[in-house]
Write a protein that binds this ligand. Sequence first.
Ligand code: ADP
Length: 201
Amino acid sequence: MSVKGKLITLEGIDGSGKSTITKRLTSNPDFSDFVFTREPTGSWIGEAVDRAIHSDTDNLAELLLFTADHAEHISKLILPSLENGKNVISDRYSGSRYAYQGMTLKDRFEDPMQWIQDIHSGWTRNPDLTILFDIDPAIAVQRCGDRGDKSKFEKISFLEGVRKNYLRLARENPGAFRIIDTNRSIDEIESEVVELISSLL
Ligand code: ADP
């Protein structure tokens, strides 16, 4: 019988600390067997997503590019890795689409977050665990202050809506979501993340 790997995703608004923790985990010897990945990916479709984010591309077109990148990611990396028994950690994944495009498309659909989940249904691979990095958007934006590449996704009121969407997702999927408070030291956050992942495996 083959043992399949587990899929863990890190979600949260920009500046919540996902990349910082991912970097810590990649140099933690307990995680040396894990596959680390991210969305948008580095594929040409992921590059197209980056172009969409940094231009005034139509929001629905942007969602569909993100979704195409997700499909490519799943078939080329996520499923083969899990089938090989590898555990995978993705810095952002489908939850980002539901929460962010749930905001950008709020005037286009009655319940955009549900609509976006519906178009993923039947082909996406749902995470075994999603760790939601929760934080006040004002603090997150302040942390990103020196990044110098403020995108349209970094405005506080927009991020407040994204955060609400994330919290709704967590409420609707209590079995798969764990919310962590990331307004703490990086060491404290890292040990909570390590503990959550260890208890899944
Ligand atoms: P994300 O990947 O979620 O957008 P980052 O990990 O890039 O967030 O963090 C954004 C900024 O905040 C970085 O400059 C990082 O050094 C800083 N940062 C991350 N976590 C913390 C923390 N717990 N406390 C203070 N600053 C932090």
